[in-house]
Design a protein around this ligand. Structure first.
Ligand code: GDP
Ligand code: MG
Length: 440
């Protein structure tokens, strides 16, 4: 998608006169790309109109960088679409809140309930989980398992079949036990069915939730709008959580969920584990949606952060597929200077291999070690486009020089080979998996 958008903008940049016609062609190209990313048609159409208003060609003085202005307009339009301008309910520790989760089966409700509870527990809340899913066999066991792992109190039943009854019992009990955040997990159906929405309406009426959260799988695509709207019509949805952002989906459906529920996205799920949960931020989400990790975008951003004299070689090397040891060194260095937590929230898909989640400190130490080893290499070795063959004596020399052992030198070279394969010829777009977003 990002490639296509950048391509469309570049195409326009190549024409000498940017007129109505070339702007329209560019916008049409962008529209097609967004539709393919599951952004719904009315939203795209609306955005197109807004952009045309922002980029008023007559008003743009000669010398203005039209391409930049259009790029910025697209970015800020998409960010605006993600902000419904409505504050979201925030649970407080002084008064018990009830938060109800809704969404189709498999969207990730039960998993997300626990993540949400765990997130607040870490902030000093006393959360509790209520399983009001009596539809799916094993639903209570799943919630129980999750809750036990996180040491969060839970309530549910193996025999009771009335979800409303369980929900009310659970909420009452945890209010008495002074829990301040009572989370009600509900059932889903495979399809949008009247019986499901009636059940949600009844559970909401009986438990009077302070907040209803709609949970949506990022990969549902163009169905997002109808699905979100259907829930909104039966219960008063106040927030959205998008799950499975660790997968391939770019999550364009999220824009539809916001539009349909008129509610903000508050978190995203980035994995199956309890702590794979991030506070939602519009800008990195839009960057990802636009796939700004492609090589041409990279070249632009490089100009801002990399000293002029280094630019040409890095860009040339990358476009020729020459991923040298020195490039790896430079990348490690820029990753070092970046707070890791921030990096993760900006770049959900960062190379899992290089920096497995939960091992950030180890990864940092590892990169430092590799850099020390590379410090003992010659310029020739660092700049070679094929440094794959290292004799034993050479590795011993490097190990000695860096105060490391040969097996560590080999480990570093293996890591390099893996990355070189990823970033080999014509694979420039893969840079997005490793580069910090400032460089993208
Ligand atoms: P529910 O039917 O809506 O309660 O959905 P579940 O919570 O049971 O989740 C359905 C499946 O999606 C499970 O296998 C979860 O482990 C998985 N899942 C949920 N959230 C995420 C996520 O953010 N990333 C990934 N990769 N899997 C997820
Ligand atoms: Mg469930």
């Amino acid at each position: 998608l990002g490639g296509r958008i950048t391509c469309a903008i570049r195409k326009m940049n190549n024409v000498t006169i940017i007129d109505e016609k070339s702007l329209n062609e560019c916008l049409n190209e962008i529209t097609r790309a967004l539709l393919q990313s599951d952004v719904s048609f009315p939203l795209v159409k609306n955005m197109q109109t807004n952009i045309k208003n922002i980029v008023n060609l007559q008003d743009l003085a000669v010398g203005h960088n039209k391409r930049k202005i259009i790029e910025q307009a697209i970015f800020s339009e998409l960010c605006k679409m993600l902000d419904p301008g409505k504050p979201v309910f925030n649970p407080k520790k002084t008064k018990p809140s009830v938060v109800m989760f809704v969404g189709l089966q498999g969207s990730g409700k039960t998993t997300t309930c626990t993540k949400y509870a765990y997130h607040h527990q870490k902030k000093g809340f006393k959360p509790a989980l209520v399983c009001a899913d009596t539809f799916r066999a094993g639903a209570f066991d799943q919630l129980k398992q999750n809750a036990t792992k996180a040491k969060i109190p839970f309530y549910g039943s193996y025999t009771e079949s009335d979800p409303v009854k369980i929900a009310v019992e659970g909420v009452d009990r945890f209010k008495k036990e002074n829990c301040d955040l009572i989370i009600v997990d509900t059932s889903g159906r495979h399809k949008q069915e009247a019986s499901l929405f009636e059940e949600m309406r009844q559970v909401a009426e009986a438990t009077k939730p302070d907040l209803v959260i709609f949970v949506m799988d990022s990969s549902i695509g163009q169905a997002a709008f109808d699905q979100a709207q259907a829930f909104k019509q039966s219960v008063s949805v106040g927030a959205v959580i998008i799950t499975k952002m660790d997968g391939h989906a770019k999550g364009g459906g999220a824009l539809s969920a916001v539009a349909a529920t008129k509610s903000p996205i508050i978190f995203i799920g980035t994995g199956e584990h309890m702590d794979e949960f991030e506070v939602f931020e519009a800008k990195p989400f839009v960057s990802r949606l636009l796939g700004m990790g492609d090589l041409s975008g990279l070249v632009d951003k490089l100009q801002a952060v990399v000293p002029k004299e280094q630019q040409t070689t890095l860009v040339e090397n990358l476009s020729q597929g020459n991923f040298t040891l020195r490039i790896m060194y430079d990348q490690f260095q820029s990753l070092m200077n970046f707070p890791l937590k921030e990096l993760y929230s900006m770049l959900p898909g960062i190379s899992a291999e290089l920096m497995p989640k939960g091992h950030e400190e180890e990864s940092r130490a590892k990169m430092k070690r590799y850099m020390t080893i590379m410090d003992s290499m010659t310029n020739e070795e660092l700049d070679s486009s094929n440094p794959k063959v290292f004799s034993e004596t050479r590795m011993m020399r490097i190990a000695r020089g860096s105060g490391r052992i040969v097996s560590e030198v080999m480990e570093m070279l293996n890591e390099y080979k893996k990355l070189a394969t990823t970033f080999g010829k014509g694979k420039g777009q893969n840079m997005s998996k490793i580069l910090p977003p400032q460089l993208l």
